[in-house]
Design a protein around this ligand. Structure first.
Ligand SMILES: Nc1nc2c(ncn2[C@@H]2O[C@H](COP(=O)(O)OP(=O)(O)OP(=O)(O)O)[C@@H](O)[C@H]2O)c(=O)[nH]1
Ligand SMILES: [Mg+2]
Length: 204
């Protein structure tokens, strides 16, 4: 996720992800700019039970594995996504292509899990495969996602900014403050905005 956002020029001193890191990623393509809300899940076992809370009904899942060790818990995660988010697309990304060439990816998984759209090899060290990965993410987002792509009033979009501002202070905020800042008086309209922002993963 760090390489997708910042490129690979910086040193490979990635910090272990604790819990879930939420931020965003902007990608460009033929239909213009798309801003993705990204959820980087910590891979350590202690965090596994936390992930389902943040698995949206429809999104793009990127499941990574290290080519040095092979696709260890891949089938477990594929099942997890299939059960909780059957309409989402999945990209499998194998890292460390700079140090290992051969891949032992079990291709029968493609048939078993039609949600898999592609399997890519990348290196966070030399950046190989990263541009292709960005392209794939963008392409997938432009297909089959019409049900979560809709025209919204401009003031709904302002809510995203407001929620970001509030989250700078602390990772949660109360509904009353949010409603006041939103300046949306109508209860029904406010409820609609909350549902939409939740489906986009802006808050839970
Ligand atoms: N050579 C090489 N090293 C990499 C590559 N990707 C990651 N690393 C290194 O591998 C280690 C783990 O990478 P992370 O991206 O933190 O792995 P992670 O899956 O996010 O791990 P958690 O945050 O604990 O879930 C770090 O020391 C990175 O510097 C790669 O493509 N090539
Ligand atoms: Mg991490």
């Amino acid at each position: 996720m760090k390489t997708l956002k910042e490129g690979n020029e910086k040193k490979l001193n990635f910090e272990v992800t604790h819990g879930v890191n939420i931020s965003d990623l902007t990608l460009n393509g033929e239909n213009g700019e798309t801003i993705f809300t990204t959820f980087d899940f910590g891979g350590q076992k202690v965090y596994h039970s936390l992930h389902p809370f943040f698995m949206l009904k429809k999104s793009i899942f990127i499941i990574t594995y290290n080519l040095r060790y092979g696709p260890l818990n891949l089938e477990y995660w594929l099942h997890s996504v299939k059960t909780r988010s059957p309409k989402s697309s999945i990209l499998i990304v194998a890292t460390h292509s700079d140090s290992v060439d051969e891949d032992s990816f079990p291709f029968y998984l493609n048939e078993k899990f039609p949600q898999i759209k592609d399997i890519l090899k990348v290196s966070n060290k030399n950046g190989n495969g990263i541009e292709l990965l960005k392209k794939k993410i963008y392409e997938i987002s432009q297909q089959n996602y019409d049900d979560i792509r809709f025209k919204v009033p401009l003031n709904f979009l302002k809510l995203i900014e407001i929620s970001k501002e509030l989250k700078k202070e602390k990772p949660y905020f109360d509904l009353k403050t949010f409603k006041e800042k939103s300046k949306i008086e109508d209860e029904f309209e406010f409820e609609r905005a909350l549902k939409m922002l939740h489906s986009w993963g802006n808050f839970f």
